[in-house]
Every structure is written in structure tokens, then in C-alpha cells.
Write a protein that binds this ligand. Structure first.
Ligand code: WQD
Length: 334
């Protein structure tokens, strides 16, 4: 197994995964339509990896263009990142999410079936659990109706993959990816006002945003703010390489779902306080009303990843928030 098609490979998680693929001797073939990233990520990746990378500007819903990639390259496996992922936006524009995330997956799987490519690692999400009955949440937890169209596209995506018996699938359910590569050459590139907590924190710290609002402090948690399982994007990227090894070592067709989290939960205020401490600065924040759609607390039982994929997170919250700040400082100099 060598040639890996990476859809959305210039995106936040995709780009960090390309670095790990090269480190582990794979040849990534990147497709990305730049709808949520920018082309200079490619040259930054080539600088980090010291490799010339194969890249095609291609929309995942374009079946003819996709067919050409499969014809030109002997693809051994696919890692499928290409999807829209802003929870709030998906509530405002559900059809944009169903068209891109579901039609995109179907177009990809159609090309894989035609070209007899059966190995796929799917970018899924802990949002498939909705508000879990308890945390840590494991892969056997009841799948409730997701809180957003985004989460529903991940639930439907997993159902499609499970029904396609020609596939050998590992679906990775990400918890909250944050942080950036140690080089500070790649990281999260939120276009417009960030939806997520950590980019909003770093943009407030650097002065792009006036203040950050903590969405509610009346939850039944230690300090009243929501709990999440934050995972360093470099650890998350490494999990994709482990998933490829698992598929390679278990060639029979299957559908495996695996949580990718640290197993630790932190509140919003703990993240803010840790960010201030490790980066030696003060953040301007205020407490505001709850955000609709937020789950109160969710963190991973990551034991299946350790047992099946022989993967576990190595980096801690301090590492994540130092790398996030270093990346924001690098962005300022761009
Ligand atoms: C985290 C916490 C907010 C912004 C994300 C992704 C989703 C999925 C799961 C991959 C919440 C609070 C946030 C702010 C705040 N990942 N917050 N003020 O909602 O857990 O979902 O992880 O698939 O795609 O969106 O992440 O970073 O938006 O919020 O208080 O300005 O921070 O209420 O409790 P979320 P988030």
C-alpha cells in the first residue's frame, strides 16, 4: 500500500496528515478545490516534507475529473477529508452540506467501486453521538439524532460506508482537533469569523477580535462551562497513518468506527486559563448566553484506538495551545 488519494488534502487536518504520510513512506495524491483553504499551503507542505507533491484542483462532486485521477494513478487507498464542517453554518445552509458532503462521498465511492479501490479512511466526528448519555463515550454508544445537518452528514456517511460491502473502511470519529504543526508553517485557517473556540481565542489574543464570549456558564460542570476532548491535530494526523496500517494488516472487507480523542475533558474556562498560562498573556473574555446546538459535555473513551490501531494521543493541552499561539503569530507575519 503506497499511493494514497487524500481528498481535502490542503485543509487543516488533511495537510497535517500529508506530512505524516510522507514521514511514513507513503505517496499522497492530493485533491482539493480550495473552498476552505488556500494554495500556499501546498508550497508550505513541500517545504516541511522536502517533497514535490502531486496536487489537483478538483471538486469531489466532479465524477469525470475524479475518474481521471483513478485512471492516471494506481490508488491503493483513500483518506476522505473533503467536506464542509462548520456546525453553525450547516444549520443556516443545510442543502450546501447535503450536496457537498453526501454527493461528494457518493461520487468518490462510485469512482472507487469502478476502479476496484476498496480501502478508505473516513473523516467522521464525535458529533454523530449527539448529546451522549454519559462520557467517556465509546463506539457502542447509542447514536442519537445529531444536533446539526453537519453531524447528520457524518451519520449518513457512515451508514453509506457500512452498506457498501465492497469497502474496507475505518471511520475515525474526531473529537475537537486544535493546535498546529511545530514548524508553524501549517495550521487552522479559519476563513471569516471563526466558529471554533481556539481560533477565536488566538484571534482575540492577537487583537483581530475585541473579546471572546464564553457560551454559557450554567452547565452542570465544575465551572459551569462545556466540556470537550481537545486533541492535537498532529496526533490526529498520526491516527490516519495507523488506520492505513490496520487496513493493510486486515485486508478483509469491514466497517470499523474508532474514536480519536485523548480521553480527557476540559472546560471552556480551563482552556482559556491554560492558554493564558502557557503563553503568558491575558485574554479579554466575557460570559454570554448558551449557543444553541452545543452539547454539555463529551469526551472520548479512546481504548479501541489503542487496542485496534495501536494509537494514542501523545501531546497534551499545553502543547496544543502553545502551537496554536505560535501559528497565530506566524499568520500575523504572512
Ligand atoms: C467548543 C466549546 C462552545 C466558541 C467542533 C467542530 C465539529 C466537530 C466537533 C470535527 C463549546 C465553546 C466556542 C466561542 C465558546 N469536530 N465556545 N466561545 O462545537 O465542540 O464542535 O468539534 O468534526 O466539527 O465544530 O467546537 O470549538 O465550536 O466549541 O464558548 O467563541 O467552546 O460553546 O462549548 P464544537 P467549538
Amino acid at each position: 500500500m503506497r499511493n494514497i488519494l487524500v481528498t481535502g488534502g490542503l485543509g487543516y487536518i488533511g495537510s497535517h496528515t500529508v506530512v505524516e504520510l510522507i514521514k511514513n513512506g507513503y505517496t499522497p495524491i492530493i485533491i482539493d478545490n480550495l473552498s476552505n483553504t488556500e494554495i500556499d499551503v501546498l508550497e508550505r507542505l513541500e517545504s516541511i516534507t522536502n517533497h514535490k507533491l502531486e496536487y489537483y484542483n478538483l471538486n469531489i462532486c466532479d465524477g469525470l475529473a475524479l475518474e481521471e485521477i483513478f485512471t492516471k494513478h494506481n490508488i491503493d487507498a483513500v483518506i476522505h477529508f473533503a467536506a464542509f464542517k462548520a456546525v453553525g453554518e450547516s444549520v443556516e445552509k443545510p442543502l450546501k452540506y447535503y450536496l457537498n458532503n453526501i454527493n461528494g462521498l457518493n461520487t468518490l465511492l462510485n469512482a472507487m467501486e469502478k476502479n476496484k479501490v476498496k480501502n478508505i479512511v473516513f473523516s467522521s466526528s464525535c458529533t454523530v453521538y449527539g448529546e451522549p448519555d454519559f462520557s467517556p463515550v465509546n463506539e457502542n454508544a447509542v447514536i442519537k439524532r445529531a444536533n446539526s445537518p453537519y453531524g447528520r452528514t457524518k451519520q449518513i456517511g457512515e451508514d453509506i460506508l457500512q452498506d457498501c460491502k465492497f469497502l474496507n473502511t475505518v471511520s475515525l470519529r474526531y473529537f475537537n482537533p486544535i493546535g498546529a504543526h511545530a514548524s508553524s508553517k501549517i495550521g487552522e485557517l479559519p476563513l471569516g469569523v471563526p466558529n471554533n473556540l481556539v481560533p477565536f481565542i488566538t484571534q482575540t489574543a492577537i487583537g483581530i477580535r475585541e473579546q471572546i464570549t464564553v457560551f454559557g456558564n450554567d452547565y452542570s460542570t465544575k465551572d459551569g462551562t462545556c466540556i470537550r476532548d481537545y486533541i492535537h491535530v498532529v496526533d490526529l494526523a498520526a491516527a490516519h497513518v495507523k488506520a492505513l496500517s490496520y487496513i493493510n494488516d486486515n485486508p478483509e472487507n469491514q466497517f470499523e468506527v474508532v474514536n480519536i480523542g485523548t480521553g480527557n475533558g476540559f472546560t471552556v474556562l480551563e482552556v482559556i486559563q491554560t492558554f493564558e498560562k502557557v503563553n503568558n498573556l491575558k485574554l479579554n473574555y466575557t460570559i454570554g448566553p448558551r449557543r444553541s446546538g452545543d452539547v454539555e459535555k463529551v469526551w472520548a473513551d479512546a481504548s479501541k484506538a489503542k487496542e485496534k490501531l495501536r494509537w494514542e494521543a501523545k501531546l497534551n493541552l499545553n502543547d496544543m495551545l502553545i502551537s496554536s499561539w505560535n501559528w497565530q503569530l506566524e499568520l500575523k507575519n504572512k
